[in-house]
Design a protein around this ligand. Structure first.
Ligand code: GDL
Length: 678
């Protein structure tokens, strides 16, 4: 049999069933081959971690029943032009130097070869790196032991179509001290026979991005282009996560630099429609990716849209006898359409007048699937709707003062948040009604979980807004078990520091302790120091009223001066004038009257850059606003310099302050933001 030259071999593209947990069924795998064929993918790597005879009992041969199933599976792959690669993971307990062990490995692979399999793989991921005494004597390193056995098995099998090796250091993060200098990878690269390809997961086990440079780096050491084992959609490490976002952050320029890409996706077979469909689109985006309908340029959003519209068809097709949706059955039974079928007619219940009407649910929509994908997007990224829900909740939570005052903005945004939560509940209802029960059952735990999470957030916002609605009852002193989610693992999480404010997608965890206290005359020098330090760069520009306040030239109003301290000392301040008119007069500002009429009070806040947590400043402002408000003032303004991005950002995020027209008497680089009390 003649083997094609290295460069003529087609790009390997497809799926690796390489996750921990329940393996897919033979029927699901057969279905996978059909899909791969349809979408232009060409490979399946059989490597289910918890399959008995793949890893733990790798030495055991298959029984006649198992053999029959594997034969059927391999032939189904062939029928669909999918290359079936059989992988084995002997690394948990193999003694590399023992000839009986090598013989056991050969015997097992010979058996699978008899089933019709032509491609094989040896996996050494996730194993102990310390060799046993016998192996230490026989081999100069772990890499030498693995390479020796792999080369021997590869040669024994003689004409393997494809042979893959998974190293123990299979990503940049595992390499010591780094990729180019890793003696493990150097040995593998130099000693592994050239016909053997090497699997690689990228910079990390679950790589956020895979760059061309990182692949060039590893290719140089391995002396061959790697096959990516991509864990972007793998979810076996967290039972609450699922990934329905598009294949992303792998530039298509990688395709000519790689030997192939295999995705190791979600454990739940039916939830991999998007993962596999979008990978197929990615592979077709380059001429070297194989397939005739070459699409130049890959857009994750575009690929997702294609996948979701196909997935909707799958959701809508009944997968169980009698599972057609009620409306379809009804239509069939209508006398003026097709002739009525007796079996349908007999089982069909038509409510009479005064009876309960039949339960009806709207069919699932593409928008529902868009939302679903957004809620369960990618390991390092939430989808747009999920991000916006988080942002809204964060805003509503940090503007409790606005909630208490029932400002129009707070109420408006609370309503918007409620609407987004409702869309999740509606999506859940329509999904539960979908005719394809297999997909629904795979999804069920995840959508239940998100529905509960959303329910809690929704109830919390209602409570903030002072609504005592039944949904807000979830947050009581004696909640049902779904009011404190997560079981024992949830208890542990809640006991660990940072839980609750660890917002992976927004701020780093914060550990500093701040103390806010009233300003006293001894603080004057410290406040001046902070003011001067923060103004160092634009010292030339003319003074604002707030500058006079910070410098102590004008005294703050009673109950309107605070400082914040950390363990080093005073690190910020907030000062206010309930009536800024007099100070404005001292600064001789003609025309400032309009501003002062609507916003008679002034506030100034400053914190040193070492305070990365925005909450101390936010708390000081909230406190001052409430003092100003109780003085009877109608509104508050603050003066900022355009160069003070940090404070501009701070006031913008507060939400209640809006930009107001700058009066001409102010320095050119000044910006005014203000808020009115309702
Ligand atoms: C891994 C395992 C894989 C697992 C994945 C995600 C490789 C080579 N091995 O490290 O079996 O599914 O992480 O948890 O990726």
């Amino acid at each position: 049999m003649s083997t094609p030259g290295r460069d003529e071999r087609p790009f390997i593209s497809g799926v690796v069933e390489g996750f921990y947990g329940r393996p897919w069924t033979m029927e699901q795998r057969t279905e996978l081959f059909k899909r791969e064929h349809k979408w232009g993918l060409n490979t399946y790597l059989y490597a289910p971690k918890d399959d008995y005879k793949h890893r733990m009992y790798w030495r055991e041969l298959y029984s006649p029943e198992e053999a029959e199933q594997l034969v059927a599976l391999i032939s189904a792959a062939e029928k669909n032009r999918v290359e079936f690669i059989y992988a084995i993971s002997p690394g948990l307990d193999i003694t590399f130097s023992n000839p009986r062990e090598v013989a056991a490995l050969k015997r097992k692979l010979d058996q699978v070869k008899e089933f019709g399999c032509r491609s094989f793989s040896l996996l050494f991921d996730d194993i102990e790196t310390e060799m046993c005494p016998a192996d230490k004597q026989a081999f100069s390193s772990f890499a030498h032991a693995q390479v020796a056995i792999t080369n021997e098995v590869y040669q024994h099998l003689r004409d393997a179509k494809t042979f893959l090796f998974c190293p123990t250091d299979y990503c940049t993060a595992f390499c010591n001290p780094n990729v180019p200098q890793s003696s493990y990878l150097q040995t593998v690269g130099e000693k592994l026979l050239p016909g053997i390809d090497i699997l690689w997961t990228g910079p990390k086990v679950v790589s956020n991005k895979i760059s061309v440079e990182s692949i060039e780096e590893v290719t140089a050491v391995l002396k061959r282009a790697p096959v990516i084992w991509d864990n972007i959609h793998a979810n076996d490490y967290d039972p609450q996560r699922l990934f329905l976002g598009p294949y992303k952050d792998r530039p298509t320029e990688l395709i000519p630099k790689l030997r192939g890409v295999l995705t190791n996706p979600n454990c739940e077979f039916y939830l991999n429609f998007v993962a596999i469909h979008t990978l197929a689109t990615w592979c077709r985006s380059s001429a070297t990716g194989g397939g005739s309908d070459v699409e130049m340029g890959y857009s994750p959003q575009g690929a997702l849209a294609l996948a979701l519209s196909d997935w909707l068809q799958e959701f809508m097709s009944a997968d169980q006898p009698g599972g057609a949706c009620r409306s379809a059955r009804l239509r069939k039974a209508l006398p003026d359409e097709e002739p009525m079928q007796t079996d349908v007619a007999e089982s069909l219940y038509v409510p009479g007048p005064g009876d309960n009407p039949l339960y009806t649910a709207e069919p699932l929509t593409l928008d529902d699937l868009d939302l679903l994908s957004d809620l369960f997007y990618l390991p390092y990224e939430h989808g747009a709707t999920a991000r916006s829900m988080l942002e809204e909740l964060d805003w509503l939570k940090t503007h409790r003062e606005a909630a208490a005052a029932q400002t129009e903005e707070w109420r408006g945004r609370a309503g918007k948040f409620d609407g987004m939560c409702d869309a999740v509940v509606q999506m859940f209802n329509r999904l539960s009604n979908a005719p394809n029960r297999s997909v629904l059952y795979d999804l069920y735990n995840y959508i239940c979980d998100i529905k509960s999470g959303v329910g809690l957030a929704r109830a919390y916002v209602k409570t903030l807004g002072g609504q005592d609605q039944p949904s807000a009852q979830i947050l009581t002193d004696d909640p049902e078990p779904w009011g404190f989610r997560g079981g024992l693992s949830g208890e542990f999480q809640r006991m660990l520091p940072g839980h609750g404010n660890r917002d992976l997608f927004k701020h780093p965890p914060m550990t500093a302790v701040y103390c806010i206290r009233p300003y006293c005359s001894d603080d004057k020098a410290e406040v001046q120091k902070i003011f001067k330090e923060m103004r160092r760069r634009d010292e030339q520009s003319p003074k604002l009223i707030s500058d006079c306040l910070s410098l102590g030239d004008v005294a703050p109003s009673p109950q309107c001066a605070l400082v914040v301290e950390d363990d080093i000392g005073v690190c910020g301040y907030a000062l206010a004038l309930t009536d800024a008119k007099q100070a404005a007069g001292t600064e001789q500002r003609p025309g400032g009257d309009t501003l002062l009429k609507d916003y008679p009070s002034l506030v100034v806040v400053q914190v040193l850059p070492r305070v990365t947590d925005p909450s101390p400043a936010r708390r000081m402002v909230t406190q001052l606003l409430s003092s100003i408000r109780s003085s009877g003032s109608r509104g508050v303004f603050c003066e900022l310099r355009q160069s003070d991005r940090r404070m501009l950002d701070f006031y913008s995020k507060l939400g209640s302050f809006k930009h107001v027209a700058v009066d001409k008497s102010l320095p050119q680089d000044a910006v005014v933001m203000a808020t009115k009390f309702q």
